[in-house]
Design a binder for this molecule. Structure first.
Ligand code: 3PY
Ligand code: MG
Length: 252
C-alpha cells in the first residue's frame, strides 16, 4: 500500500496525523476513519505497550489512514519491531546528534543503507508480498528536535542521508530552553527555535513536522510551511470536549 504521507508531500501538501495515546484498537479505528492522512501511535508518553501497538496497527489497517509509531527512543529493537508490525513511519524522540539520527536511519533501513534485520511479520501483510523491495522507500523517518543539543545540531541532523525530516516537540523544546511546556508557545525564544527548525529542514530539502494543540494551530503551521502536523492527541481532545460539555451542564 502507498504511504499517504508521501502522497500528500508529493502533491505539495501537508500531511495531517492523528495521535493515539490510549492503548486501544477502537480509538485507533475511530481516528483512522476520521479523515486524517496518518495515525501516529505514541509509545513514548502514552498509556500503550507493544501488544497494544499490534492490535492498534491491525485496526488502522482497516482504515484509509497510514500508520506511524512514535517509539520511546532510538533503540534499534523497538524501531524494528514497530516496522515489522506494519508501521509505515517512525517518529523518534530526543534526537540530539547526528549519531542519534543515523541510528534511526540504520534501524529502519535494510542493508546496504542500514542494518534492519529481516522478518517483516505484519509488514508483509500490510505492505504486500513485495514489502522487502519497497520498504526502505515507503517508510518515513522523522527525528524529533526537542532539546538544546538537538537544536544546536539541527542543520547537521537534517543533512543525514535517509532521514526524511524532523518533527519538533514544542513542549520539550520550551522546557529545555527554560521557557515552559506550552504546545503553542508564545515565548519569542521558543517560537524562534521552532522557526529555526523549519528553516533548517527546508534548507536541507527535508520535511518538517510539529505537534500542535489544535486544528487552528495545525492549519497555521501548515500554512507557514510545515509538512506534517498533528491537531492534538485523542486524550487531550477527549478532555477538552468533555470539559466543554460539562461546562454546558454547569459542572465545570
Ligand atoms: C513535545 O512537545 O515535546 C512532544 O514530544 C510532542 O509530542
Ligand atoms: Mg517531547
Amino acid at each position: 500500500r502507498p504511504n499517504r504521507v508521501r502522497e500528500r508531500w508529493n502533491a505539495g501538501e501537508a500531511a495531517v496525523s492523528g495521535w493515539l495515546s490510549f492503548g486501544n484498537s477502537y480509538t485507533a479505528e475511530i481516528v483512522g476513519l476520521s479523515g486524517v492522512d496518518c495515525v501516529t501511535i505514541d509509545l513514548q508518553h502514552a498509556m500503550t505497550d507493544v501488544s497494544d501497538m499490534i492490535v492498534m496497527l491491525q485496526a488502522i489497517s482497516a482504515t484509509p489512514a497510514t500508520p506511524f509509531v512514535r517509539v520511546p527512543n532510538a533503540e534499534p529493537g523497538i524501531i524494528m519491531k514497530a516496522l515489522d508490525a506494519g508501521s509505515y513511519g517512525i517518529i523518534c524522540p530526543l534526537v540530539n546528534s547526528v549519531g542519534d539520527a543515523k541510528a534511526l536511519v540504520d534501524a529502519s533501513s535494510y542493508p546496504p543503507l542500514g542494518g534492519r534485520s529481516f522478518g517483516p511479520a505484519r509488514g508483509l501483510l500490510y505492505g504486500g508480498p513485495d514489502y522487502a523491495q519497497h520498504a526502505d522507500a515507503t517508510i518515513v523517518r522523522l527525528a524529533m528536535i526537542e532539546t538544546r543539543e538537538g537544536l544546536a545540531a539541527v542543520d547537521d541532523i537534517c543533512a543525514v542521508d535517509g532521514l526524511d525530516g524532523i518533527f519538533v516537540g514544542p513542549s520539550d523544546l520550551g522546557l529545555n530552553l527554560g521557557r515552559g511546556t506550552a504546545a503553542d508557545p508564545s515565548d519569542s525564544d521558543v517560537r524562534a527555535a521552532i522557526d529555526r527548525c523549519l528553516a533548517a529542514a527546508k534548507a536541507a530539502g527535508k520535511r518538517a513536522g510539529l505537534f500542535c494543540p489544535s486544528g487552528a494551530v495545525a492549519r497555521r503551521r501548515a500554512e507557514q510551511g510545515f509538512d506534517f502536523v498533528v491537531p492534538n492527541s485523542d486524550a487531550n481532545l477527549l478532555k477538552a470536549a468533555l470539559a466543554a460539555e460539562l461546562a454546558v451542564i454547569g459542572k465545570a
